[in-house]
Design a protein around this ligand. Structure first.
Ligand SMILES: C[S@@+](CC[C@H](N)C(=O)[O-])C[C@H]1O[C@@H](n2cnc3c(N)ncnc32)[C@H](O)[C@@H]1O
Length: 219
């Protein structure tokens, strides 16, 4: 057992219940995903790249990618309710997206993606076993030129989210946790404002599976 974390048995129904409260009431609600888009721009990803939003749930990155004519967009989430909220919001445009209701820790990808995006999912993995399972999936879903974009709670960020404990990362700790396979190429700090008005510091890092220069992305 990994304890009460995102990798717990029954995690899907827990997240379904959470999304059932309404997306706009959730602390991570962000109608315009500005930090994610800045990271995508920093990595010079163009609209032909295959992008997967891991733990995308009802998040709005998918809308922004479709607005920018991204051709190959996948959203994966353990919560069918979260995914259904995104599909309903997108209407007919939802047909342009591959939707996967899967546990990222157990999912076995059948293809590889150019861009892996994770906002506020990895930080729920508080056990070594959970993180190792996630990194196995990341490895299988990417190729040597892939980009991985992570947004996690920063060291001064909250210690819990949605009733669950989280791990907090600065860029160096995140890089060390992902391992030598992944090279940081850009990073940024974000202060996310929750719908209730609280400030949550986030760390954003863009990684490449090949080495490159590190740059700081202005806010
Ligand atoms: C804090 S929310 C962030 C949602 C989205 N990334 C966003 O920024 O709006 C965490 C998300 O991770 C999903 N999740 C949690 N554990 C997961 C797992 N093991 N596999 C796939 N998705 C998971 C939840 O259902 C939820 O959508």
């Amino acid at each position: 057992m990994h304890g009460e974390t995102a990798d717990s048995a029954g995690a899907g129904s827990r997240w379904d219940d959470t999304y059932g409260r309404g997306e706009a009431n959730l602390s991570w609600y962000q109608p315009y995903p500005a930090p994610s888009l800045r990271m995508i721009a920093a990595a010079a990803i163009d609209s032909t790249g295959a992008v997967i939003d891991v733990g995308g749930g009802a998040g709005h990155l998918v809308d922004a990618l479709l607005d920018r004519d991204f051709e190959d967009v996948t959203v994966l989430d353990i919560s069918a309710v979260g995914i259904e909220q995104a599909r309903q919001r997108l209407g007919a445009r939802a047909a342009r997206v591959q939707w996967l209701v899967q546990d990222v820790l157990a999912w076995r990808p059948t293809r590889r993606y150019d861009v892996w995006h994770d906002r506020a999912v990895f930080h729920f993995l508080t056990s070594p076993a959970g993180r190792a399972a996630y990194l196995t999936t990341l490895e299988q879903a990417t190729h040597p030129r892939s980009i991985a974009i992570f947004g996690t709670f920063a060291p001064e960020g909250p210690t819990r989210c949605s009733g669950l404990p989280v791990a907090r990362y600065g860029p160096d700790r995140l890089a060390a946790t992902l391992g030598s396979r992944w090279h940081p190429i850009a990073s940024a700090a974000e202060r996310h404002t929750t719908p209730g008005g609280a400030i949550q510091p986030f760390t954003w890092v863009v990684f490449s599976r090949t080495a490159g220069d590190v740059s700081s992305v202005p806010p």
